[in-house]
Design a protein around this ligand. Structure first.
Ligand SMILES: Nc1nc2c(ncn2[C@@H]2O[C@H](COP(=O)(O)OP(=O)(O)OP(=O)(O)O)[C@@H](O)[C@H]2O)c(=O)[nH]1
Ligand SMILES: [Mg+2]
Length: 445
């Protein structure tokens, strides 16, 4: 190795190197120095590009590393071989050398070949946003399910990226400088081991999923409305659940502090009990591997009677965060759920909170930390829930078992009587469903 800048086996940049099932992804014995790189497409506004990279900087910081520089390239599309143009890659390398950076983090998921090419061009590890987010999730997972979900997501990300670097997978940490490796045979062995582990985890998770189905059924049987708190990470979701129910969920000024769903019972001012769930937060471009692996956790949102969408009024980019949350909600099939917007941290940013609330009619301003606005929030939740559903009566012919089943899925069947003309069903359903089954409707009693 004649190039003094070329990585060696002892190169510090271990950030993002996958080390197999259990080991940490980042060497946290020191804070790595990171250069951030994004590509701005023709339709991207400057402010959005900045917001994306600011968010990436926060993710990198949470993962335990420091931003020492950033680069944005305007392009029609990312370069298929190197994400940025190759000229730009040269400039990034110069900056990386000047700032003594360990790792370059790219704002979009890199294809395996792009990553390989970039590492060659840059002479240091090149990783992507997905790896950083996976890394934070790995650091924060604590429950058995959370750990299995994160590991599954990491392995699915790792599988197409396996390459011969020497030794077993667990020896690959810090082995960035080893090129060539022992060849196809070892890669094939690693690949098989990985696939086996993926299948094992899928099995474990489907086992846990069955338990969750039982919980879900008992929740349905309880007949209680289900309110789910969603929002950008660090918006204060867990603080709100604690405020409402003394749940004792961990609250931290940290991205993705919560990875598991916690459900508690809460009585609304009228005495009506409901269930409230706090769950994992969202960011922009949430990796699809995580969305898939966390499906069972995220499903609570798509099954909610009401979403409380919590927004941090003190965030620089609250509107952008709102949009990011809506994108993820759409991805997980929860876009159609009724939503009550709740603007939080009014104690920190009072004027901004009022401004956001004014832009979104029907929203409520609170501070989960001080309790300000919580009484109004409880009233608003009650009102929204009451407005969502109504009782309707349907008469379904006996040859339409599909409709009977669909009504059972759509709402709560209050009574079901066999008559000469068909099944007479009284059902508590959402207004939209009343319209959907209008053809069979007989009265609104
Ligand atoms: N000043 C102020 N801080 C708040 C408020 N609500 C939450 N926080 C703080 O914001 C940080 C994040 O709060 P969490 O409740 O952990 O946020 P979260 O939405 O559950 O975050 P994740 O689980 O990481 O997605 C913590 O430091 C809280 O103390 C509030 O109303 N005012
Ligand atoms: Mg939380």
């Amino acid at each position: 190795m004649t190039d003094p800048d070329a990585p060696t086996e002892s190169h510090r940049g271990a950030f993002g190197e996958f080390a197999g099932e259990t080991s940490a992804l980042i060497d946290r014995s020191f804070r790595e120095r990171i250069v951030l790189v994004g590509v701005a497409l023709p339709d991207d506004r400057d402010a959005d590009v900045d917001a994306n990279l600011d968010e990436l900087a926060r993710l990198v910081d949470t993962a335990g590393a420091d931003e020492v520089g950033r680069f944005v390239q305007r392009r029609r599309a990312p370069d298929p071989a190197t994400y940025v143009g190759s000229g730009k890659a040269g400039e990034i390398r110069t900056l990386a050398v000047a700032t003594d950076c360990d790792t370059v983090v790219f704002d979009d998921e890199l294809a395996p070949a792009q990553q390989r090419n970039l590492e060659k061009l840059l002479g240091r590890s090149a990783i992507d946003r997905t790896a950083v987010i996976l890394d934070i999730f790995a650091q924060n997972a604590s429950s058995q399910e959370g750990k299995a979900q994160v590991e599954l997501a990491r392995l699915r990300y790792q599988l197409p990226r396996l390459r011969g670097r020497g030794g077993t997978m667990s020896q690959q940490v810090n082995a960035i400088g080893l090129r060539g490796g022992p060849g196809e045979k070892q890669i094939e062995l690693d690949r098989r081991r990985l696939v086996r582990r993926i299948h094992q985890l899928e099995g474990e998770l489907s086992q846990i999923g069955r338990h969750r189905d039982t919980q879900r059924k008992s929740r349905r049987r309880s007949g209680l409305r289900h309110v789910v708190i969603v929002g950008y990470t660090n918006a204060g979701k867990s603080t709100l659940l604690n405020r409402l129910t003394s749940a004792g969920v961990l609250v931290e000024d940290r991205l993705f502090a919560t990875l598991d769903a916690t459900t508690r019972r809460l009585e609304l001012p009228g005495g009506e009990p409901v269930l409230v769930t706090d769950t994992v937060g969202f960011v922009r471009k949430l990796p699809h591997q995580l969305v898939e692996a966390f499906k069972s956790t995220l499903d609570v949102a798509s099954e909610a009677d009401l979403l409380l969408h919590l927004v941090d009024a003190s965030a620089d980019d609250a509107e952008g965060q709102l949009e990011a949350v809506h994108t993820v909600l759409a991805e997980i099939g929860a876009a159609e759920r009724p939503e009550l917007m709740v603007v939080n941290k009014a104690d920190l940013a009072h004027d901004e909170a009022e401004r956001i609330a004014a832009a979104h009619p029907g929203s409520v301003v609170i501070s989960a930390a001080t309790g300000e606005g919580i009484d109004d929030l409880l009233v608003a939740i009650g009102e929204r829930l009451r407005g969502l559903r109504r009782n309707a009566t349907f008469l379904v012919p006996y040859d339409r078992g599909d409709i009977v089943a669909a009504l059972h899925r759509a709402g709560e069947v209050l009574s079901e009587t066999a008559t000469a003309d068909g099944m007479h069903m009284r059902v508590n359903v959402e207004r939209a469903d009343v319209a959907r089954f209008a053809e069979f409707r007989v009265s609104s009693a």
